[in-house]
Ligand binder design. Structure first.
Ligand SMILES: Nc1ncnc2c1ncn2[C@@H]1O[C@H](COP(=O)(O)OP(=O)(O)O)[C@@H](O)[C@H]1O
Ligand SMILES: Cc1ncc(COP(=O)(O)O)c(N)n1
Length: 259
């Protein structure tokens, strides 16, 4: 069985973070593992509190995973502090981790900050360069390029700007223009649009976590990058269409719609 690791924060209601990632791994029939960066008290309504682990405790978790069950792919989500990013980078290099997908989580759908301002530089200059693909949404892309994005042309321009300092693939998640959910994928200067109609479902908690975990699962299964992203887009679309309706806010996805 192929193995996939998520390095992420938690969601006790199971919609986002490591819990959503593990469900996604299961739905792809890969063996899921998790290194926790932060305990997050949150639900479908929002984030109540955050308790980060220490760099030392992160290292202990890395040792447990990498010296026992080596992952075929790694997905990285919420890492809020620069010291934790430094430690993750050190450990990923130490163990020669491969197929690294970075979802540069900055703000939750409910509006809470999940990345400290002081961590942005480490995210850009240390962690992102280790990945084979990054999956920012529009607000995250705006932070990475330091200007606003208002059209599909702006998305392409932003990807070009990111490519000046990052050689991996870039998936900019649309979903906010012209009532469409068209995502932009750039691999080696080739531009692809993953087109999808906007699904009328207010329950989108954990969509970013789920999409990046699906990409990592597909990479572990041996698909090339483009195919991995295309299959992941189909998976997230199905999970949104399955229309689960739980919680009092923006609810979670139906991760097992395809089983
Ligand atoms: N209402 C929607 N209909 C169809 N696809 C959507 C919808 N909302 C989000 N998506 C898709 O879900 C994926 C995650 O995107 P997004 O919600 O922007 O991520 P994030 O959780 O990081 O903000 C993307 O492929 C996006 O196009
Ligand atoms: C631990 C953790 N990681 C990531 C997100 C963002 O997910 P979303 O933007 O889909 O709410 C979250 N809410 N919690």
């Amino acid at each position: 069985m192929k193995t996939v690791l998520t390095i992420a924060g938690t969601d006790p209601t199971g919609g986002a973070g490591a819990q959503a990632d593990l469900k996604t791994f299961m739905a792809h029939k890969v063996y899921g593992m998790s290194i926790i960066t932060s305990l997050v008290a949150q639900n479908t309504l929002g984030v109540k509190d955050i308790m980060d682990v220490t760099p030392y405790f992160l290292e202990e978790q890395f040792q447990c995973v990498f010296e026992d069950i080596y992952p075929d792919a790694v997905k990285i989500g919420m890492v809020s502090q620069p010291e934790l990013i430094h430690k993750i980078v050190e450990q990923l290099k130490k163990y020669h981790a491969k197929n690294i997908v970075v979802d540069p989580v900055m703000v939750s759908t409910s509006g809470s900050r999940l990345l400290a301002d002081s961590a942005l530089e480490a995210l850009k200059s240390e962690l992102i360069p280790l990945s084979c693909i990054i999956t920012p949404n529009i607000p995250e892309t705006e932070v990475l390029v330091n200007h606003t994005i208002q059209s599909k042309e702006d998305m392409i321009q932003a990807a070009k700007e990111i490519q000046q300092w990052y050689q991996g693939a870039i998936l900019i998640k649309g979903g906010h223009f012209e009532k469409r959910a068209d995502d932009l994928l750039v691999i080696n200067n080739e531009v692809y649009w993953l087109e999808c109609e906007h699904i009328d479902n207010p329950n989108t908690h954990g969509t970013g976590c789920t999409l990046s975990s699906a990409i990592a699962s597909n990479l572990a299964l041996g698909y090339d990058l483009k195919t991995s992203v295309e299959k992941a887009k189909k998976y997230i679309t199905g999970a949104l269409k399955a229309n689960l309706n739980l919680g009092h806010g923006s609810g979670p996805l139906n991760h097992c719609w395809n089983l």
